[in-house]
Design a protein around this ligand. Structure first.
Ligand SMILES: [Fe+2]
Ligand SMILES: [Fe+2]
Length: 474
């Protein structure tokens, strides 16, 4: 029996909600079983300097202290309710926001929540072996922070399933613990969440690119007319920012370190760079190409009647919906998508309602481009003549209008044969992975020490020094 208010910090009045308590009585032990099996490997006895959310108040959502990770208090938080909130787009625009699930949208809403929820434990599974090769105690602590918060995001989605979807919701909540990333029989729902995250460069790329997809999906769901979903996603977004910070600064520190070594030894040939135990910029570019392209697929088909339905029903809005200046109904508007016609990529105007996936993808690309420009500045400041580029959005795609076509990073349409010939220049090869992993054969955990292939961060966590003992091993 769980002491609800103690063990599960929440602002959903869990202590008085018998239905929810009963659902959680079954699910919570199953969740812990999942965490022991699929959470960070060998971490159960560590005490980790973690941030825990214990309320949604400014002083409550980021409490720092040592926690044994299985004792982390996975809480349930919704942004406080705005009584005057309305459905802000689609056919129900202007109605009061829904506090209960509208009957006609029950199954699509459940599917939206399950699809989002499925990504949260998936990433924990993908990252579970990385502790054994961490580049520092600081980084080890950060990956654990990301992992417990993804666990909490799963709780957030499971709360909605338990509270609003009855028996179906409870079954879905169980399935969320049963699927496994990369499993052939019972995989996670979305492609990028079944790809391995085999090394720390992949981890930082994942948190930069794929957690940012999470941000954009959450932003679109934060606009939802179903108010509990909106409020849940708003609170999750406060945590997501840290995950993207870990990714962006992680890649940036790797680039910085490689550039330092290149300058110091006056060399730029990738094999010379590798010989000094740092990652060549060419390999970083290939990882970037991979993670960017598989993440673009997560937004779905360029033209999608599902996306149109989600919007018209008031369930999933656009990025910053309420800040956009249009009718929020999109009955007349058009939006350009791209398609491949006789060997050329050409724009095509389609009803904006059907192009909402593409629009969200474009909003995402804009933000990604800014981040890549910040990485470029690290290279430029070091005086290294190398340009990191974002590949064309048709490159290496498996979903949408570009699927089945062979597009180069520059956006040329190629034959399958000539694409294959150059694939190893564009995407990480088994040899590249083997090299990166060879740098990460053991973990660096002496406080204040960093692996040779990465620069230290600008500052520590929560104003602690870099040589702080972020993880206590026992
Ligand atoms: Fe998440
Ligand atoms: Fe995340």
């Amino acid at each position: 029996m769980i002491n609800y208010t103690e063990k599960i910090p929440n602002n959903v009045d869990l202590g008085r909600d018998r239905v929810l308590q009963r659902a959680l009585e079954h699910w919570q032990p199953a969740y812990m079983g999942w965490w022991y099996d699929m959470g960070p490997d060998e971490s159960h006895n560590y005490e980790v300097y973690l941030r825990t959310a214990i309320s949604v108040e400014p002083d409550g959502w980021a409490q720092f202290g040592y926690v044994k990770m299985p004792d982390y208090r996975w809480g349930i938080f919704l942004q406080p309710r705005d009584e005057k909130r309305e459905v802000n787009f689609g056919a129900h625009k202007g109605q009061p926001a829904w506090q209960e699930v509208p009957g006609e949208y029950r199954s699509i809403l459940r599917r939206i929540i399950v699809t989002q929820g499925d990504t949260e434990p998936a990433s924990v599974e993908q990252q579970r072996m990385l502790g054994a090769s961490c580049p520092s105690m600081y980084d080890l602590r950060n990956i654990f922070q990301v992992n417990v918060e993804e666990g909490r995001h799963l709780w957030a989605m499971v709360y909605l399933l338990h509270r609003y979807f009855g028996r179906d919701g409870r079954e879905e909540a169980e399935s969320l613990l049963a699927r496994r990333s990369g499993d052939t029989d019972n995989p996670r729902i979305l492609g990028a969440f079944n790809e391995p995250t085999p090394d720390w460069l992949a981890f930082y790329m994942f948190t930069f690119f794929t957690d940012r997809d999470g941000k954009f999906q959450l932003c679109a769901l934060a606009e939802s007319g179903f108010d509990p979903l909106s409020r849940t996603c708003r609170f999750m977004l406060t945590e997501e920012a840290h995950h993207m910070f870990v990714g962006e600064t992680g890649v940036s520190r790797i680039i910085q370190r490689s550039c330092e070594v290149m300058k110091e030894h006056k060399l730029d040939d990738p094999s010379d760079v590798r010989a000094l135990g740092v990652i060549d910029l060419q390999t970083i570019q290939k990882y970037l190409n991979f993670h960017y392209s598989v993440t673009l697929d997560l937004y779905g088909s360029d033209v999608s009647s599902n996306a149109a339905n989600y919007f018209t029903s008031g369930l999933k809005g656009r990025f910053r919906e309420t800040k956009l200046e249009d009718d929020h109904v999109l009955s007349e508007a058009e939006y350009p998508v791209f398609e491949v016609v006789s060997g050329k990529i050409v724009p095509k105007s389609v009803p904006a309602l059907t192009a909402l996936n593409e629009r969200l993808r474009d909003d995402y690309i804009e933000e990604i481009a800014d981040g890549v420009a910040r990485w470029q500045r690290v290279i430029d400041n070091a005086g290294v003549p190398f340009r990191l580029t974002l590949p064309h959005k048709g490159f290496h795609r498996e979903i949408g209008n570009f699927a089945g076509h062979f597009i180069s990073p520059e956006g040329e349409v190629l034959s399958g044969e000539s694409w294959k010939k150059r694939e190893s220049q564009w995407l990480p090869t088994p040899g590249d992975h083997a090299f990166v992993q060879s740098l990460m054969s053991g973990r660096v955990v002496e406080p204040g020490k960093f692996a040779n292939w990465i620069a230290p961060p600008a500052r520590g966590v929560n104003n602690q020094p870099l040589n702080f003992e972020y993880v206590r091993f026992h």
